[in-house]
Ligand binder design. Structure first.
Ligand code: FE
Ligand code: CA
Length: 523
């Protein structure tokens, strides 16, 4: 069948479907079988995520021409098969099923597989007609009461496609890991024409189709696909998945709230369609709950936190707001009503921390929690209003919740991204107060590819913040964490900017947090 015949054929099916809907028989209409000549539907690869002791989500999206509207497919449901097994040859414990890929979700598949065995690898693939996808490898979480030797994860963020290659993902793909923890800026909506090593497919996305095309550009990178195929991912987002520095319904580009919420709905929908999150997380309009909680045997628990959807607008800005450098004496900063997580998520996290009995409590969020303001002689410190420095009361509440959680034992590790620098820091209950006790360790991964701050600014940040034990913005990479009952060990893996294709990474610095002592110590 040539393409024209194929689409005429499919057009007839679409007409039949519309007719069936008209007569209330849509449910009876079977999904179309995969059209033989439509091309390879698996151009965007396969992925898995949300590892639980008995379940995992596997993902793909059918898109033979991913930059075309509809991924090159007509607006019809298609039937796809999936297979899961305990071995790569799909022999042992083989399970199969069918899934209907629907045009309203860009023919994405999110299959939540339940009843799995805990703490073991599984292999999966998808089949559309005669075309078989790449094989993905995933892993379930250990049973909640399992004593556990260790947890290994890669912490990553900020992969501006135009500013470098994904050498870090190539290394992540080759590692033995329990999961990848990605803390935001999965795509970038914007461009910097001075730093464009490989261009995006088009201008700044505003519509659902444009956000879909942007996600496709990222997924067409083979190293990113390899990192997805090699490990389950646990994700939260930051700002660039929608727009730089947005705060709830406030858009720095000047859209009014209703218009920005329409754009946010498009961005969240495209995000959902392209990532291995639970099908129950599908957005409703401009709302999508991404914050979540994971237990890892008796060793650790992890909260993934959303610092964008519910946050207060940046302090002491103009109406359009967005991040900028402000004086630490800006009066708005002291307003206790200002929030990063929103009241409901804050309460949920504080309750979770208060009830935690596992020795390692990991908080994954989009930015750097520790102070990074710069002293100016004779003036208040200058702080960046979009970072946690711009939300000091919310930060105090979070650090108080951490301090009371660990007062009776246990460690807190705060994990973040966003700032495009590797950071190891000790977090005091009251930042900038050397008499205040250290209550947690913080590790921030540098970006996978996005450009960092100039060294002169990094030097000023280091000089003004002695609790930053390490802070370097000149290299790209990710952080590798290995956590046991005795200690958490962190290797900051890096390669010079801009990351080159196939670049080798080295360990820029290593830190260890001993169980029962809050601060990281350089190895
Ligand atoms: Fe970023
Ligand atoms: Ca960011």
């Amino acid at each position: 069948m040539d393409r024209r015949t194929l689409f005429r054929h499919l057009g007839r099916q679409a007409a039949a479907l519309a007719l069936a809907r008209l007569f209330g028989a849509a449910q009876a209409q079977p999904a179309a079988p995969w059209p033989v000549d439509a091309g390879d539907p698996f151009t965007l690869g396969v992925a898995s995520g949300m590892p639980r002791p008995d379940s995992v989500v596997i993902w793909t999206r059918l898109a033979p021409r991913p930059h075309d509207i509809g991924g090159g497919l007509p607006p019809l449901p298609f039937s796809v098969r999936w297979e899961l097994a305990e071995d790569e040859r799909f022999g042992a414990g083989l399970r199969r099923g069918e899934f209907i890929a629907r045009p309203e979700n860009a023919h994405a598949l999110h299959v939540e597989l339940r009843g799995l065995a805990s703490a073991r690898p599984y292999f999966y693939r998808f089949i559309a007609g005669d075309t078989v996808s790449a094989v993905g490898r995933t892993r379930t979480a250990p049973a909640e009461d399992a004593p556990l030797a260790r947890l290994r994860l890669a912490l990553a963020s900020c992969q501006h496609y135009e500013q470098g290659w994904y050498a870090a993902h190539a290394e992540i793909a080759a590692r033995e890991l329990d999961f990848v923890l990605f803390v935001g800026d999965y795509i970038y909506e914007s461009s910097n024409p001075r730093h464009r090593l490989r261009p995006h497919e088009g201008p700044v996305p505003q519509t659902l189709d444009a956000y879909r095309a942007r996600h496709a550009t990222y997924k067409l990178d083979a190293d990113l696909r390899a990192a997805h195929a090699a490990h389950p991912w646990i994700l939260t987002w930051d700002d660039h998945e929608v727009e730089n520095d947005y705060a709830a319904d406030a858009s720095p580009s000047g859209l009014d709230a209703p218009a920005f919420l329409r754009r946010r709905a498009a961005a969240y929908q495209a995000y959902f369609e392209h990532l291995p999150v639970s099908p129950s997380m599908a957005p409703r309009g401009a709302a999508m709950r991404i914050h979540d909680h994971f237990r890892w045997g008796r060793l650790a628990e992890l909260w993934t936190l959303d610092g964008r959807q519910y946050r207060s607008v940046q302090a002491c800005g103009n109406a359009a707001a967005g991040g900028r450098t402000i004086g630490g004496d800006c009066e708005e900063l002291a307003d206790p009503a200002r929030t990063v997580f929103g009241a409901a998520q804050e309460r949920w996290l504080a309750d979770g921390l208060a009830g935690s009995v596992r020795p390692w409590r990991l908080l994954a969020q989009g930015s750097q929690l520790g102070a990074s303001g710069v002293a100016v002689p004779g003036q208040a410190r200058r702080v960046f209003s979009d970072g946690w420095d711009g939300y000091p009361r919310a930060r105090e509440r979070l650090l108080d919740a951490i301090a009371s959680s660990t007062a009776a034992g246990g460690n807190a590790l705060v994990l973040g991204g966003d700032v495009h620098r590797h950071v190891a820091a000790q977090l005091r209950q009251r930042p900038d107060d050397p008499r205040s006790p250290v209550v947690a360790a913080e590790f921030v991964c540098t970006s996978i590819s996005s450009r960092g701050l100039a060294e002169a600014r990094m030097a000023a940040i280091r000089a003004g913040n002695p609790d930053l034990l390490h802070a370097r913005g000149d290299e790209r990479g990710y952080a590798l964490l290995e956590i046991t009952a005795r200690a958490a060990h962190c290797d900051l893996r890096a390669t010079p900017h801009p990351a080159q294709p196939g670049a080798a990474l080295h360990t820029q610095a290593s830190f260890t947090v001993e169980a029962g002592r809050p601060e990281p110590v350089r190895d």
